[in-house]
Every structure is written in structure tokens, then in C-alpha cells.
Write a protein that binds this ligand. Structure first.
Ligand SMILES: [Zn+2]
Length: 103
């Protein structure tokens, strides 16, 4: 079935995931907020907002030519998505919660 329907099946599974995510968020009185799928979250430096012209998918970390910060691709993208999502909700500058340290 996957071979016959391919991407269509994956799109349906993702749409179902989003429905479940919205349902759980509503049940727990949380907000699900979407940003533009075209926002360059991986290519934008989360420190200075410099945007690279291109970034190959195989590059997992890169150093910003503007501020010299070493950006892990996924961590950098998550910080940018949080920042953009918070700003479009009117929450302003949102800081990440400090991770709990257990001994
Ligand atoms: Zn930078």
C-alpha cells in the first residue's frame, strides 16, 4: 500500500497526527500554533538572524559568518521556530525554560 500510494499515505498519516495533536492540546488547554512552512528555520542564525543563501541537508552544524556562533542544525531550527511562533502570537521574546537536572 505504501508503494502504491507513497506520499499520499504519508500526508494522510501526518494530517491524522495533526488532528490528534490539536485534540490533545485542546483537552489540556494548550495552544497549537503553526508558522509558515517556507520560513528558513535551519538557515537562519538564532543568535543574530543572519540567513544563509543555501544549506545542504547533509550539513548538520554550521558556523554563522556574521556572529561566529556554531549552530547545530536541529537545535538552531527549534530555537527559530519557537521565536517566530512566540512573536506571531504576540508573546514577544520567549526564553527557554531551564532544563531540570536530576542527580
Ligand atoms: Zn549569527
Amino acid at each position: 500500500m505504501q508503494r502504491l500510494w507513497g506520499r499520499k499515505l504519508n500526508d494522510l498519516a501526518f494530517a491524522e497526527f495533526l488532528q490528534i495533536l490539536k485534540w490533545v492540546a485542546k483537552k489540556k488547554d494548550k495552544t497549537v500554533h503553526f508558522i509558515s512552512r517556507w520560513y528558513p528555520s535551519s538557515k537562519t542564525c538564532s543568535n543574530c538572524q543572519h540567513v544563509l543563501d543555501s544549506l545542504d541537508l547533509s550539513v548538520r552544524s554550521w558556523r554563522c559568518p556574521n556572529c561566529s556562533k556554531l549552530n547545530d542544525r536541529d537545535q538552531n531550527a527549534s530555537e527559530n521556530i519557537l521565536s517566530v511562533g512566540a512573536s506571531t502570537l504576540g508573546l514577544g521574546d520567549v526564553r527557554l525554560a531551564m532544563p531540570a537536572i536530576s542527580a
